[in-house]
Write a protein of this length. Structure first.
Length: 274
């Protein structure tokens, strides 16, 4: 349980800031698509080396980057928009990945890939998760200003700087890297949840980007603690319990959040006369 908690904290610290920027850039569903896109690479790594951490990590990173770059290339050389191109590629990748694992593995392997084994994290996995989180935070700190400007006015960034394309592709690489990290703990289907749900909940508690990142990370860590406690005391699967706790946090934020929450939006406002 202690290892699982440390792994979830590492994923929370590394992935939730990326999730905040995905939400600010209106790319929330891109994270879900990329989470499915890493599956065939992880499946190939599994075929080559079994449940090897290194092989599945390299395979997942390679598959995610291929889908991200291919969808961007198709969007630039054809009339198809990038969201439609990404959807097509991720659906193909998902089908290939499930087919590989189902054909050459068994139901236990398929469940491991899809839902993760957060309670089975060893020292090597924890080192990988903490390393990915550290690299992610460092890159975000370096590219913070271009990322913020791209969220606010991407056309202006393209007109005044050559960093626009670099920022976009580096950010996609961060998305893939954090999804691969989350994949080892929560599986391909649950990894995107710890990235998006805390960021969406934070929108109801903070207005600045720094505030959003801090609140999102706090919600993700709190969800990890609550989910693992529920898993321990009620024999629930740990990954879904963590994501469900994050979902409950989102629901409560939706209702009680002071920044645009349902209650705050519908409270009667006083009219002040001058």
């Amino acid at each position: 349980m202690r290892r699982a908690l440390l792994g979830c904290i590492a994923v929370s610290v590394g992935a939730t800031p990326v999730g905040v920027f995905l939400i600010l850039r209106h790319m929330s569903l891109t994270g879900d698509a990329m989470a499915h896109a890493i599956l065939p690479g992880a499946a190939v790594g599994y075929l080559v080396s079994g449940l090897s951490l290194g092989a599945m990590t390299i395979g997942g990173l390679a598959a995610g980057m291929v889908v991200a770059l291919a969808s961007g290339f198709v969007a630039r050389v054809t009339s198809l928009r990038e969201d439609a191109s990404l959807a097509a590629f991720y659906l193909i990748s998902l089908a290939i990945g499930v087919l590989i694992v189902s054909t050459y593995g068994n139901n236990v392997d398929l469940m491991h890939v899809l839902f993760g084994t957060v309670l089975a994290l060893d020292d090597t996995a924890l080192t990988l998760l903490c390393s990915f989180a550290s690299v992610s935070l460092l890159v975000l700190a370096i590219l913070f200003r271009p990322l913020v400007l791209e969220c606010a006015d991407p056309q202006f960034l393209r007109s005044v700087s050559k960093l626009s394309a670099i920022t976009h592709f580096v950010f996609l690489a961060l998305v893939v890297m954090n999804l691969v990290a989350g994949f080892h703990a929560l599986g391909t289907l649950m990894a995107v949840g710890i990235m998006i749900l805390p960021g969406a909940a934070a929108k109801f508690w903070a207005e600045t980007i720094a505030g959003l990142i801090a609140v999102a990370a706090l919600i993700a860590m709190l969800s990890s603690v609550i989910g693992l406690l529920l898993s321990f005391h009620y024999s629930l699967p740990s990954g879904p319990a963590i994501i469900l706790a994050a979902g409950i946090g989102y629901g409560l934020s939706l209702i009680f959040g002071p920044v645009g929450g349902a209650i705050a939006q519908n409270l009667p406002r006083r009219n002040f006369k001058t």
